[in-house]
Write a protein that binds this ligand. Structure first.
Ligand code: SAH
Length: 274
């Protein structure tokens, strides 16, 4: 007997199709930071079984290629310079497709529940009486730091980690960076900032009110992909380093003493070149 709750049961592969009548289903799937090898087995199976995939920006083509040959793929992000599809339209499309019996996979970069609007989508689908399953993905902030070979926590340097957005919903107040800087300093936390490139100068100025100017920073663009690039610097040089290195979105900004060793290595290498 299978005693696992539905969400914990593994997907059965498409080939072993169930003898039950076709019932639509919706799964929010985390595609991870980019490298297809970082996809979970559960995500790969859900993608392979989907009849309709709604794909966000930042999901690599190699991952979309895991879809079945007959599956319909709709890109709903800003790819190719187009405006992204309205959130309400995506939600309507998902609801309609599930009602028509489709196996819908909503494919999102990283983890669907970390700055992925997964929460909003789940709420809308549930309100429409549709059950949703969510499959975790490796979030970009975690992958970016690991890709550099540094930890997010460390018993000597950081007791915890804060994932935070540098780009709040229009019309709402963003994070209180000054308060955050003081908390991170006092509680020894690593700060991982998503969508922070545009506001980097202001974030730097605010963080410097509570964190030392020499606090190590890593800027990681396209983490885990072939085109990954990064720079290490001190907090006081965050914005100028972004500009000098030409690093842009998608990138995470990581701030904290866990990067101390990496920054020291980078500074030594730089002084050898100079
Ligand atoms: N749900 C996603 C985050 C979506 S918000 C996740 O869990 O990762 C989009 C932001 O994520 C980007 O602006 C950038 O800050 C970050 N991001 C996503 N993919 C990235 C990557 N491969 N490298 C660096 N940052 C990335």
């Amino acid at each position: 007997m299978n005693t696992l709750p539905p969400a914990a049961r593994p997907f059965s592969p498409a080939a072993g199709a169930a003898p039950h009548p076709i019932v639509g289903r919706c799964t929010l799937v985390g595609a991870g930071p980019g490298d297809p090898e970082l996809l979970t087995l559960k995500a790969a199976r859900a993608i392979a079984r989907a009849t309709l995939l709604l794909v966000d920006d930042l999901v690599s083509d190699d991952i979309v290629a895991l879809a079945a040959p007959g599956a319909r793929v709709i890109h709903v992000g800003k790819r190719g310079g187009c405006r992204s599809t309205a959130q309400s339209f995506i939600e309507k499309l998902m609801i309609q497709a599930v009602r028509e019996g489709e196996q819908v996979v909503r494919l999102k970069g990283g983890d669907p529940f970390v700055f992925g609007r997964g929460g909003e989508e789940v709420e809308h689908l549930r309100a429409a009486g549709i059950e949703v399953e969510v499959v975790n993905g490796i979030t970009a902030g975690l992958a970016a730091v690991t890709a550099l070979g540094a930890p997010l926590t460390h018993r000597d340097h950081a007791h915890g980690v804060v994932f935070i957005t540098g780009h709040a919903k229009p019309g709402s107040n963003g994070p209180d960076w000054r308060a955050l800087a003081q908390t991170c300093h006092a509680a020894r936390l690593t700060l991982v900032i998503y969508m922070g490139v545009q506001a980097a100068a202001q974030i730097q100025a605010d963080l410097l009110t509570g964190l030392p100017a020499s606090t190590p920073v890593a800027l990681v663009q396209h983490a885990t992909l072939a085109q990954q690039r990064h720079a290490l610097c001190e907090l006081q040089h965050l914005h100028s380093t972004l500009e000098r290195e030409g690093l842009g979105s998608p990138a995470v900004i990581v701030v904290g003493e866990v990067l101390q060793g990496l920054l020291a290595l980078a500074q030594t290498a730089q002084s050898r070149v100079a």
